[in-house]
Design a protein around this ligand. Structure first.
Ligand code: SPV
Ligand code: MG
Length: 433
């Protein structure tokens, strides 16, 4: 009996896949390699069906003799182990992002005289359309809340971008860039206090009240499905924070980050230019532990933000605090810096590696933005937050359009240079027509 291998890299199984399996059956004994959740998340998006669910379905399909785990997008390690006579795949991968993977499969099979067999692609199934349908179904607070923990488990680095209203939420949700072998997208959203305050024309000093913050959160929740991390500023009084945690859990927020400051909080990027006071380790630990006791679900994360490097309190203080906050129950640590070089953050990461008990590490590279995600992964960072980039990019464009109208005493120039077409804005939001 000849050995036949095919890999299932999809989380939506349809009759096109059955056609491929049927072809494989004709050739011999069929082994299906199921891509892990980690692989799917790394090249596409969060899988709709988990590995275990997909495995259960696939091993019960007629004609499937064995299933194995494929732990990379690249087939090579699995092929070298199984040495199949045939690999079966749809013809669709001859062009596009999978082309390189195909070339490698042919080369690897040639090592033992194996052959690639390609079947006609089932044209009437559009995975993009199915994806769209599923997106429309939305999500539930329970589903969304737990996604952040899942993503931290699955990915080398979780990529979060700022959103401050429904529209920016949609940008975070839908923006995709197709690269050679994968699709890049954001994993979730950061609701920044700086941006939520700035869009309201207010300073970032905890002036925007909790009801208003919650309205922003709701606006974003309504039109997106990805997990949300809330910038909780200082968390306020302990007695108030425990209530906020329950509210955030209930609506489906995944995590809140609170910073170890007291008194009138100012934005961290001012550093020591303005008066800012760090909380005592004891009090901040109490805030964390009381909040952990208050939370209802296991999924919600309380993330402690260490401001020692921002306030020039030194590396030893930062490390001492991180350790104490973890002991108090913090689910992750955010280390912040306003240096233009990443050196202090990397030094912190270096020491953090040696901690006996570690939790995920979060960074916000606003001032040291030259650092790459690859370098952050290397340093042991688990979550990167691009904390203000949608607001900071929109504002200069809006200002230029306003100035252009004043300069020209008409809108033609602004219209041509800075504005999207009316037809596009009318149909920007699905269902708007
Ligand atoms: C925010 O985005 O509001 C933050 C990050 O807290 S920072 O502005 O760098 O302090
Ligand atoms: Mg903030």
């Amino acid at each position: 009996m000849k050995k036949v291998y095919l890999a299932m890299g999809t989380d939506i199984i349809h009759h096109g896949h059955i056609n491929v399996i049927e072809k494989a059956r004709e050739l011999g004994e069929v082994t299906v390699g199921i891509l892990t959740d980690e692989v799917i998340v790394s090249y596409k998006r969060y899988p709709i069906l988990s590995y275990d669910e997909r495995k259960k379905i696939i091993e019960n399909i007629k004609g499937v003799d064995n299933v194995v785990k494929q732990e990379e997008l690249d087939y090579t390690p699995t092929l070298k182990e199984l040495k199949p006579d045939y690999v079966v795949h749809g013809k669709d991968w001859r062009s596009g992002p999978q082309q390189k993977i195909r070339d490698k499969v042919i080369k690897t099979l040639a090592g033992w005289g194996g052959e690639l067999v390609e079947v006609e692609y089932t044209e009437d199934v559009s995975l993009d359309k199915l994806d769209e349908k599923i997106e429309k179904l939305g999500t539930t607070p329970d589903e969304r809340r737990k996604r952040l923990r899942d993503l931290i488990e699955m990915k080398d680095i979780v990529r979060i971008i700022e959103a401050h209203n429904g529209l920016t939420g949609l940008i975070a949700e839908k923006t995709k860039v197709t690269k050679e072998d994968k699709i890049e997208s954001f994993d979730g959203m950061w609701i920044s206090s700086l941006c939520d305050s700035t869009v309201k024309g207010k300073p970032d000093i905890e002036l925007v009240d909790p009801t208003s913050r919650l309205r922003t959160i709701n606006e974003i929740l309504e039109v997106t499905t990805k997990p949300i991390i809330l910038d909780g500023d200082t968390g306020g009084k302990i007695e108030h924070f425990v209530f906020s945690v329950k509210t955030l859990e209930r609506v489906g927020v995944s995590a809140v980050i609170i910073e170890d400051k007291i008194g009138l909080k100012k934005n961290s990027l001012f550093g020591t230019e303005v008066e800012q006071q760090q909380d005592s380790i004891e009090n901040f630990c109490k805030k964390i532990s009381e909040a952990k006791k208050a939370q209802v679900t296991d999924d919600f994360m309380i993330i402690a933000r260490v401001e020692s490097l921002i306030l020039d309190a030194g590396m030893d203080d930062a490390l001492e605090r991180a350790e104490a906050y973890i002991d108090a129950g913090a689910d992750a640590i955010m280390i912040h810096s306003k240096d233009e070089e990443p050196d202090d953050i990397l030094e912190f990461c270096d020491h953090y590696e040696d901690f006996e008990y570690k939790v995920p590490l979060v960074v916000v590279p606003t001032t040291y933005c030259q650092i790459t995600e690859e370098e952050l992964v290397e340093a042991g960072v688990d979550v990167v937050i691009y904390a203000n980039h949608l607001l900071r990019s929109a504002y200069p464009a809006m200002k230029k359009a306003a100035e252009s109208i004043l300069e020209n005493n008409r809108a033609k120039e602004a219209d041509e240079e800075y504005c999207m077409p009316i037809s596009d804005i009318l149909t920007l939001i699905p269902g708007g027509k």
